[in-house]
Design a protein around this ligand. Structure first.
Ligand SMILES: *[C@@H]1O[C@H](CO)[C@@H](O)[C@H](O)[C@H]1NC(C)=O
Length: 419
């Protein structure tokens, strides 16, 4: 998977029968020390140990996929979402952190940077030039301002409306591009999605973006990928203008649920990178925990956020090794230290507020993708239900990590200290 450029994640499980099971990705490591849990647990929590490679909606062999990737014929455009599903009841001493693992990788044939033969040729219905963008139009700006629907050109990154440009990705500030030449407003699903990579011509599709710390993106279409790929961002229409894709929210960003903070007590920074979801699902949305800094970690009320396949979702933060900058580490495939960075970061924090009002916070290793271990200690404290940490090379609870909860309105602090 070294030739990965970008990913487009799909939250699908391809294990037969597993799709209907929110816990299909869970572990059963805990059963060895939990005598009371028996067969149901074993049958419900199916560990995903096999990676399937999907090319144009078809499964291809791992060998074929790897050859294609190694030879630069394919790029990875996504994988199953590593979304953890919170336990339905507040965890007491439960060791069943229902974290999840990727089990399908979506690959795409590499096309030349100009018009690809594979792609339906809509080409750039290039935005007719003329004057500049919103600034001159007199609309109110700011993160709480309504986005002027259909008034700003697609080649203008809408920083004025709170979106945060991610220059290091080389996508004009956008966090991800999903070109959907055959999509029409009102479609129930999207059957053709091409992931934008550096240098690709601009065209119709979904342009995703980061929001500031503590905020989350509020734009994604109700139509999602027909093979359950997630799609997110503003819609760049055929005329070359940006439209709200979820018009019930007029802004680009919305405040998350407050209460979770990061406290970095080390002398090196930590790049914490949230997956862009729904969207291409690369771990590119940064929280830069500088030495000594306290930063907010956005959380969501899962019941009122993006649903994948009718299931509520959570936020996933890939935590890089100390000392990796957000520019270096908040990417899918890092230029340096490939095996411990970006998609291969050592550990993941998953957060989400459940309908019961509790926020579930999981800290779990990025296995089987990465075997790296954090070169620091991580401790989650505050109004937490159980201890959850990574200390001296071990996770609390089990090798699969831990899940703790805070009540509605509660606070949690994730502290990084030198190992
Ligand atoms: C985590 O922090 C709590 C509260 O300060 C402390 O009691 C506990 O010992 C810490 N755990 C680890 C593993 O450092």
């Amino acid at each position: 998977m070294k030739s990965v450029i970008l990913n487009l994640a799909v939250a699908a499980s391809f294990a037969a029968g597993a799709a209907a099971q929110p816990h299909h990705h869970g572990h059963h490591h805990h059963k060895k020390n939990a005598g009371a849990e028996k067969r149901e647990v074993e049958t419900t929590y199916v560990p995903a140990t096999v990676t399937q490679y999907m090319l144009d909606d078809k499964v291809v062999s791992a060998d074929e996929a790897k050859n294609g990737l190694d030879n630069g014929l394919y790029v990875v455009v996504g994988e199953t979402t590593p979304t953890f599903t919170a336990p339905s009841a507040p965890a007491v001493t439960s060791s069943s952190s229902s974290t999840s693992k990727s089990d399908a990788v979506f690959i795409q044939k590499v096309t030349s940077s100009s018009s690809s033969s594979a792609a339906p040729t809509t080409t750039s219905s290039a935005p007719a030039s003329t004057s500049s963008s919103s600034d001159s139009t007199g609309y109110a700006t700011g993160i709480d301002a309504d986005f002027p629907d259909g008034k700003i050109k697609c080649d203008h990154f809408p920083e004025e409306y709170g979106a945060v440009p991610l220059e290091w990705l080389g996508l004009g500030g956008w966090s991800g591009l999903q070109f959907t030449p055959s999509y029409k407003i009102g479609d129930l699903s999207i059957s053709f999605i091409e992931t934008g990579v550096k240098g690709m011509a601009k065209t119709t599709g979904f342009y995703s973006y980061a929001c500031p710390e503590g905020y989350v993106k509020s734009q994604w279409p109700s139509a999602q990928g027909s093979t359950k790929q997630s799609v997110g961002g503003l819609y760049c229409n055929d005329d070359g203008y940006l439209e709200l894709s979820r018009p019930e929210s007029k802004t680009l960003c919305e405040p998350g649920v407050p209460g979770i903070t990061i406290n970095n007590k080390m002398e090196k920074n930590v790049a914490i990178c949230r997956t862009d979801y729904p969207g291409i699902e690369a771990m590119v949305i940064p929280v830069d925990a500088q030495p000594g800094a306290v930063r907010e970690l956005a959380n969501i009320d899962s019941a009122n956020y993006y649903y994948w396949d009718n299931k509520p979702t959570t936020l996933q933060y890939y935590v890089n090794q100390p000392g990796v900058s957000v520019e270096d580490g908040c990417v899918w495939d890092c230029a340096e230290d490939h095996d411990e960075c970006g998609n291969w970061a050592p550990t993941i924090l998953g957060v989400g507020q459940s309908t019961d009002g509790n926020t579930y916070i999981s800290l779990f290793p990025n296995t089987p993708t990465s075997s790296a271990k954090p070169k620091m200690n991580i401790n989650i404290t505050g109004d937490v239900s159980i201890a959850c940490y990574f200390q001296d090379g071990e996770y609390a609870v089990s090798d699969a990590g831990c899940t703790t909860t805070i009540p509605s309105g509660g606070k949690a602090v994730v502290t990084f200290t030198d190992a």
